[in-house]
Every structure is written in structure tokens, then in C-alpha cells.
Design a protein around this ligand. Structure first.
Ligand code: SAM
Length: 191
């Protein structure tokens, strides 16, 4: 039987690096959470997590009181999370462009977006290869700029672990960097 500890061992290193920059007040959205590896990490750090996916069977097997699985189709006609607000939003290995701009709108002031997914050029290494699932050059920077998010860190790189891939990833804050974040985020910019 899977448990939260085993699941969190697979959490994204990028999410691990920036998770503590999310304000403690308010909950965190793990969008398209899958098996819940990042939700498990966030819960282990004391965050309350709304874990949304079309398939929540796996996460329901082990989720604890800090994780709230919610089954939703994130690619329907309307945005199913309308009106919700979060201290943090985490997205990994998922992209659905029609609702991308909804994410910054759901952050409270001081809220943190941590996003990591495949980028253009990934087709050379396998799937995903459909351009709809691959970020265009600087696309996450563009999202931050158009939404007034301050970029804390950004990379558009080749990774060989956990498998060869082209990956784009960002950590960005809505509004002003709060005092509690200073010293908790490695302040470096790769852009
Ligand atoms: C590659 S997995 C990534 C899972 C997780 N974020 C991670 O990195 O481990 C993509 C996830 O998107 C979810 N997904 C795909 N289409 C969806 C939709 N229309 N509505 C909700 N979830 C969807 C899948 O069920 C799957 O869990």
C-alpha cells in the first residue's frame, strides 16, 4: 500500500526548492496533481492542499487530512475553479493553454506560482511531443509579465533526470515580495 512518505520521495526538485516560499496562511492548489507527489511534499511541510485532477483514485488511497482531493475536468468549457484563491499554485508536467491565465488570478497578494513542464524541443527525446503540451520559449516569463508576477527564478533547460527532456520552469510571486520570503528563496535568476 502506498503511503505519503513514499509518494513525496518523487516530488519535483523544483517544487522542493521553492515550496517554503509559499505563505503559510491559505491553501495551495496542486493542479493536475496525478498521484500527488507534490501534494505529499507540500502537506509534509504543513500546507493544506487542494489536489485537483480528473482522476483522483491514486491520491485518495493515501491522502491525509491536509490533502483535499477534488475531481474536476480542467479542460471543459468553463474554468472549474472560478473564484477560488490560493497562497500557492503548483503545476508540474501539465499544460492546458486556454486556462493558463486563470492561474495568476487565483493567487492572493504575496502568493507564489511554481510551474514546471515540458518545453519546445522535447519531441527530440520522446513524449510529450504535441506542441499543445510544450511551452514556447519564454512562455512562462510572458505569463508572469502579463499577470504582474515577480519572477524569482526561471529556467528553460535540458534535463537528463528523471528522463532526458526539455523543461521550462518558474517560481514567481504576485505583488510584492513579502518579508517572510526574504532569505527563504535562493535569489538567483536564470534567464
Ligand atoms: C503527466 S501527469 C502529471 C501529474 C503530476 N502533476 C506530476 O507531475 O506528477 C498529467 C496529469 O494531468 C491530468 N489531466 C489531464 N487532462 C486532464 C483534464 N482534462 N482534467 C483534469 N486533469 C487532467 C492527468 O489525469 C494526469 O494526472
Amino acid at each position: 500500500m502506498t503511503n505519503a512518505h513514499d509518494v513525496l520521495l518523487d516530488a519535483s526538485p523544483w517544487v522542493k526548492r521553492f515550496a517554503l516560499s509559499i505563505p503559510k496562511e491559505g491553501s495551495v492548489l496542486d493542479l493536475a496533481c496525478g498521484g500527488g507527489r507534490n501534494a505529499a511534499l507540500l502537506a509534509s511541510l504543513g500546507y493544506s492542499v487542494l489536489a485537483v485532477d480528473q482522476d483522483i483514485n491514486a491520491i485518495q488511497q493515501w491522502s491525509d487530512s491536509l490533502i483535499h482531493p477534488r475531481q474536476e475536468n480542467l479542460e471543459g468549457e468553463t474554468w472549474p475553479l472560478q473564484g477560488l484563491q490560493f497562497a500557492g499554485i503548483v503545476v508540474t508536467n501539465y499544460l492546458y493553454r486556454p486556462f493558463l491565465e486563470q492561474l495568476p488570478k487565483m493567487l492572493v497578494d504575496g502568493g507564489v506560482l511554481i510551474y514546471e513542464t515540458f518545453a519546445e524541443g522535447n519531441a527530440e527525446f520522446g513524449k510529450p511531443s504535441n506542441p499543445n503540451f510544450l511551452l514556447k520559449p519564454a512562455e512562462l516569463l510572458g505569463l508572469a509579465a502579463s499577470s504582474g508576477l515577480k519572477v524569482i527564478a526561471y529556467e528553460d533547460i535540458y534535463l537528463d533526470q528523471p528522463k532526458p527532456a526539455m523543461v521550462q520552469r518558474i517560481c514567481a510571486v504576485k505583488g510584492h515580495l513579502k518579508g517572510h520570503l526574504k532569505g527563504r528563496i535562493p535569489l538567483q535568476f536564470h534567464g
